[in-house]
Design a protein around this ligand. Sequence first.
Ligand code: ADP
Ligand code: MG
Length: 258
Amino acid sequence: MELSGLMQKLKIEYLPDHLDALCEQAAKRELDYRSFLAEALATEWNGRHQKGLESRLKQARLPWIKTLEQFDFSFQPSIDRKVIRELAGGAFVARAENVILLGPPGVGKTHLAIALAVKAAEAGHRVLFLTLEELMTRLKRAQAENRLERQIQQFTYPKVLIIDEIGYLPLNRQEASLFFRLVARRYEKAAMILTSNKGFVDWGEVFSDQVIATAILDRLLHHATTLNIKGESFRLREKRKAGLITQPIEKSEDKGGD
Ligand code: ADP
Ligand code: MG
């Protein structure tokens, strides 16, 4: 059978476009058969991996793409780089553990959540990003349309679910109990990354109910890494550098709890 026909039958998608160049290179470098085969297969594999990654990133609905490499750790010394490196390794995803990023606005919570999500997507995991507000809108709509169960089930599929901005929008009891159902369903099954401008002591207020807040935290924190970021807003620093702010920035109030 002809090579192109074989590649078609084997559903080899990416190699055909690169084959001429690969052969030429292999001849120049006098590659042995095995090395050539490995390079050819690697070309196919890389193409497939890239396509898979792109589709996972699209499904993830990240508001923007940021990476760990783009994070200036020297600006935020309260963050333990070792912990971030460990998280970037993705063991927390495999173990269905949670990551909770606490701190005032602008310290990089969303940036880090996205960067960890990108790592997870690179490792082949399904990822979904939602703000708490979006999550609530979707859960409440599902409830009103009598398909809450199915919606919660759908939110359990991603291996990493990011819920951004807990604390800006206080939830009423009904919303808090919807959030609890989601957390309980994912508990010990799949990882979550949460960000909040409020320390845990204030979560009772955020969820309008101390009992529900405690039940939520109980499950979330059972297997979790909490990063309490205490520092200055990166956004304000940028503005200050640009000369838009001349006053020194007041030290942000430490709202993080343990
Ligand atoms: P938060 O979610 O804590 O309010 P963000 O993650 O949205 O903060 O960060 C605000 C902006 O500043 C984003 O564009 C982010 O990429 C950037 N940023 C924050 N901290 C850092 C940092 N240490 N290094 C590089 N960029 C940062
Ligand atoms: Mg944010």
